[in-house]
Design a protein around this ligand. Structure first.
Ligand code: UD1
Length: 429
């Protein structure tokens, strides 16, 4: 199994191109199921999760082709996917596939909306908490789907099509909002989503649906209104830049010191995270090219933060901020409010010498002068990259094992970091 070997201590200097957002690319690929015409997605990141979803959609009869590089394209340019769901051959998403990637459960929405039926395996447990799908099911029921749980599968039926309705989410859910948007776009009549997620990836998906002929207003606010249409057409859409990748590299530069421009990054997608990076002691400057992060000389300051739905501080950057705080002056507190078990990085950071005390949903971090390299184990996607950040600043060598998590969500991580002066390499076997 591949490992990543890092020798810490180098400052990062240069430029890092930011890829398309994984969390927008996945739902956008699923949106392709809503139309029998061609959906062309540009700037799709080259990630294991994208390849996996491609395989899952193929099972439903979706043809996905990738266009080759054009003259002048950079090595980092995202891929362009041509998605054609002209004929859906199977409305069942089996356990073997759904259990590999939670987001693939979302196919339930376009399948029931377009085909009148879907049989999708429950996703099962996940390393960062129980992550149920009850709110997704209630949303589909509010649009008239009849739901039955049968042998571990959620079976949704709407033989006469879905109809508009009111969906009032008791808590903010990204997955619930994606499912509601997709289903309501093809439902008869008007749907109102109350307490909708406001994440930029929701806005990106709504924009793409708009290009396909969906009638959606209010995406990006907590009240979204959808006028259903009988069919959707093809479209061409470019995936927005990845705010989690952006925030991760911003924290890496804050950790090691240096001067890096995050090319193509958009500050408005992660203002709360950039505020934390600035409070911690780095300088954050929006430029024409993207976002420039610098830290020279001055030490890191402790910050306190709670994760929250957008525009709050994202749970997907919690582990990375914790890595940064291990070397801050003073004591910081980080509270996780979205997922109940998202602290697996704590014991691995402790192997590098970090002093972290966990109590309930809050981690208290006593900053130390310097971490020391050690072998560590990646446990989930964002936790893995927090170990990379810590290792970049640690004294000596760190090996990060089980890095398949990293490949799910970070495109060419070691290339991007080593181009900025990090000593990082992938070791096979
Ligand atoms: C998405 C992101 C993930 C991010 C998360 C929160 C993708 C592919 N994944 O995950 O990276 O960490 O948003 O920003 O976009 N919940 C329920 N019942 C449900 C659905 C959710 O109780 O039916 C709970 C979850 O357990 C969690 C909270 O609601 O505690 C938020 O979950 P949600 O926003 O739906 O996260 P995901 O869409 O799974």
């Amino acid at each position: 199994m591949d490992r990543i070997r890092i020798v810490g201590g180098n400052a990062l200097n240069g430029a890092i191109p930011i890829s398309g957002a994984k969390n927008a690319a996945l739902p956008l690929m699923i949106v392709g199921l809503l139309t029998d015409e061609l959906l062309i997605l540009e700037n799709v990141p080259r990630l294991a999760d994208v390849a996996q979803l491609q395989h899952i959609l193929g099972n439903h009869g979706v043809d996905i082709t990738m266009s080759g590089k054009r003259p002048g394209d950079s090595a980092y340019q995202g891929q362009t996917l041509h998605i054609s769901a002209k004929r859906i051959v199977d409305t069942t998403a089996p356990y073997e596939l759904v259990s590999k990637m939670r987001a693939s459960f979302w196919v339930i929405a376009p399948l029931v909306a377009r085909m009148g039926e879907a049989r999708v395996s429950m996703p099962g447990g996940c390393a960062i908490g129980t992550r149920p799908v009850d709110l997704l099911i209630t949303a589909l029921e509010a649009l008239g789907a009849e739901i039955e749980i049968d042998g571990g599968y959620v079976v949704a039926r709407a033989p006469k099509g879905l109809r508009g309705g009111t969906i009032a989410f008791p808590k903010v859910t990204v997955s619930g909002t994606h499912v509601a948007l997709m289903a309501a776009s093809l439902a008869k009549g008007t749907t109102v989503i109350e307490n909708a997620a406001r994440e930029p990836e929701i806005v990106d998906v709504a924009e793409c649906l708009g290009k396909m002929g969906a009638r959606i207003t209010g995406a990006g606010t907590s009240r979204i209104v959808i006028e259903g249409v009988p069919r959707l057409s093809g479209a061409r859409h470019s995936v927005l830049p990845d705010r989690i990748e952006t925030g991760t590299y911003a924290m890496a530069v804050a950790m090691t010191g240096g001067d890096v421009t995050l090319q193509g990054a958009r500050p408005e997608l992660l203002q709360s995270a950039l505020d934390m990076v600035a409070q911690a002691g780095a300088t954050v400057t929006p430029t024409n090219e993207g976002i420039r992060i610098t830290r020279n000389g001055a030490g890191l300051s402790a910050v306190n933060v709670s994760t929250a739905p957008f525009p709050g501080f994202p749970t997907d950057l919690q582990a990375q901020l914790m890595a940064l705080m291990t070397c801050a002056r003073g004591t910081s507190r980080i509270t996780e409010t979205i997922f109940e078990n998202r602290f697996m990085h704590v014991q691995e950071l402790a192997r590098l010498g970090a002093r972290i005390h966990l109590e309930g949903d809050t981690a208290t971090i006593e900053g130390i002068d310097r971490l020391k390299g050690a072998p560590v184990m990646a446990t989930d996607l964002r936790a893995s990259v927090s170990l990379v950040i810590a290792a970049l600043a640690a004294e000596g060598e760190t090996t990060v094992n089980r890095i398949y998590h990293l490949d799910r969500g970070f495109e060419r991580l070691e290339d991007k970091l080593s181009a900025c002066g990090a000593q990082i390499e992938r070791v096979s076997g």
